[in-house]
Design a protein. Structure first.
Length: 562
């Protein structure tokens, strides 16, 4: 049986299906309710089993951080809490099923916590929700999420970027998502991990069961469920070719990216943690063009302190073999959540309290990050990059804070690097329009096409239903990029790109004709892009002709011929 999907990370892989199924609603609809006594029995069984899970997690304490232990212990207490248990029992006596009773009791307790003024106590409602979910998973026959074995094809409706970041490359080979797009952060992380990925795919557990095999051909956009021996044979052949090509490119990855007519382009890595550095270097990346530091802040109870950040940045700087590592300051917001910041949900998160806006409102937190970066600069070349800049005042305020931080470090006699370049992501239309002005105040520009496209074209980068409009080959975007690069060069600063467009081979003729100084991408793309640059002659590319085209389709056709 075949299914189709939209390719977001190319390649071919095969493995056993694993459902990341947190869809309570479907399971609830299918739940068979019995009489109150029976529901109570089922509930007690679920509670005992959830309690046993917690005990065994706590027995392996050496695998847990201190705050994880605290949370699990709080969950144990809540599982025994009389008023919580009474509330669940009352609902079952009134005729609710066990899962409905849990949901209603959790909702009552949550409402009670909402009323509390104390922020710490209000935060505890998360524990009630977590414990309720533990009971529900037992009652609805859902497994705790864990991946077993190797060669796994993970299937999910949605996946949090932080969960994607925690998946192991040794286990997961491919990811199939119902929602998502090329530039949703979960997919960007999947790409950096080398997971073959498709979106717009909803596999039904009725047509394929957990553990059964699929082939994911994300070159053709086809998924083969329970493949035949012939399909497997075909797959093995294609996978072999893919491996050979990867090996060939990896062997040449460290050669410089110089065009036939002698133009050099720095090919750098997009990383989301120090753990990505080794792979980036082995695949020929020349430094880091984008360190997405928000991944140090996500999925944790407390914000990372100066020391923790310093150690992460220092490790990246030390490993970079003397190349520049650009550390982007915190870019939380949009589809990246940070519970430790305690922000309220927003109607329009991509247009809301995000990135530099949060940092300038929480200056103490921002200064800690800046201190850690300046200190790491002693151990290698680092740069600071501000995300989502939309006005000059944000640049000036950041520079003022940076000066304050340096003065404080000096007074405290803590070693730090004095000359750390400070640049901005150009990813909002206002930054593009104001590029000639902004360029006079910063040391470099890096174009964030993922956001620049969504803000320029008014198309949500993660919304699949408007995905057909999301296109960096749209001439409006090309003109914006042209303006940014020209403004940078006129002001005597360098211009790079760290959005997904930088790793697209089809875009290369345009980017080289513009004279882009640096391209930063997911490390797995670097060998192929460097090879393509080496095979190109940029002198023959006519930039004016590309900029005269009026439609994305025409642009693509033109670039294919370059
Ligand atoms: C971008 O917007 O292009 C970018 C590189 O940053 P992010 O994807 O993290 O928003
Ligand atoms: Mg961005």
């Amino acid at each position: 049986m075949e299914r189709k999907g939209s390719v977001v990370v190319e390649g071919i892989a095969a493995g056993a299906v694993c459902f990341l199924n947190l869809d309570y609603e479907t399971r609830l609809q299918r739940y068979v309710k019995e009489d109150a006594e029976r529901e109570k029995e089922k509930y007690e069984k679920a509670r005992t089993s959830a309690g046993e899970d917690l005990c065994s997690l706590l027995q392996n304490r050496e695998d847990l951080t201190e705050s994880e232990v605290e949370i699990l212990e709080a969950h144990q207490l809540l599982m025994e809490d009389i008023s919580f248990q009474d509330a669940i029992s009352d609902y079952m006596e009134k005729g609710e099923s066990a899962p409905e009773a849990v949901l209603k009791a959790v909702s009552d307790f949550k409402a009670m916590f909402d009323e509390i003024d104390d922020e710490y106590l209000r935060e505890r409602q998360k524990d009630i929700i977590d414990v309720g979910n533990r009971f529900l998973r037992k009652l609805l026959g859902m497994k705790e999420f864990s991946i077993e074995g190797e060669n796994v094809v993970l299937c999910a409706k949605d996946i949090e970027p932080s969960l994607m970041a925690s998946l192991s490359e040794k286990q997961v080979k491919a990811v199939l998502l119902e929602n998502g797009s090329k530039t949703s952060h979960a997919v960007i992380i999947a790409k950096s991990k080398g997971f073959v990925t498709m979106v717009g795919v909803s596999l039904n557990p009725e047509e394929i069961s957990e553990g059964e095999n699929v082939i994911v051909d994300a070159n053709q956009g086809v998924i083969y469920l329970n493949p035949s021996e012939k399909e497997m044979e075909n797959y093995r052949e294609l996978a072999k070719k893919q491996e050979e090509q990867k090996k060939y490119l990896a062997e040449r990855a460290k050669l410089p990216a110089r065009t036939r007519d002698g133009k050099n382009v720095t090919v750098a890595a997009n990383i989301s943690g120090e753990q990505d550095m080794e792979k980036a270097l082995s695949l020929g990346c020349e430094g880091v063009g984008l360190f997405r530091t928000e991944f140090l802040f996500m999925d944790r109870e407390e914000l990372p302190g100066e020391e923790q950040q310093f150690l992460a940045y220092r490790e990246v700087a030390e490993k970079a073999e003397g190349n520049l590592c650009i550390i982007r300051t915190l870019d939380i917001g949009g589809d990246k959540h940070c519970s430790a910041l305690g922000l309220s949900p927003e109607e329009n998160p991509f247009l809301g309290f995000r990135a530099i806006r949060i940092c300038l409102a929480k200056k103490e937190m921002f200064k800690i990050q800046l201190r850690a970066i300046y200190r790491a600069g002693v151990y290698g070349k680092v740069g600071i990059m501000i995300p989502m800049v939309s006005s000059l005042s944000e640049i000036l305020e950041t520079k003022k804070l940076a000066e304050e931080v340096k003065e404080e470090l000096l007074a405290e006699k803590i070693p730090f690097a004095k000359d750390v370049p400070l640049g901005i992501m150009v990813e909002t239309p206002s930054a593009s329009i104001m590029a000639p002005v902004f360029a006079r105040h910063v040391d470099f520009f890096s174009i964030g096409t993922n956001d620049l496209v969504q803000y320029t074209l008014a198309v949500d980068r993660g919304n699949q239903s408007v995905g057909y409009l999301y296109d960096y080959f749209n001439p409006a975007v090309l003109h914006s990029i042209y303006r940014i690069v020209t403004s940078a060069h006129e002001a005597g600063i360098w211009a790079g790109m760290c959005g997904e467009m930088a790793g697209d081979k089809l875009a290369l003729p345009f980017l080289l004709a513009l004279g882009m100084d640096e391209l930063s991408m997911s490390p797995s793309q670097a060998p192929g892009i460097k090879e393509q640059i080496r095979n190109m002659d940029s002198s023959g590319i006519n930039l004016d002709e590309i900029l005269s085209l009026t439609d994305a389709g025409e642009v693509r056709e033109y670039l294919k011929k370059c």
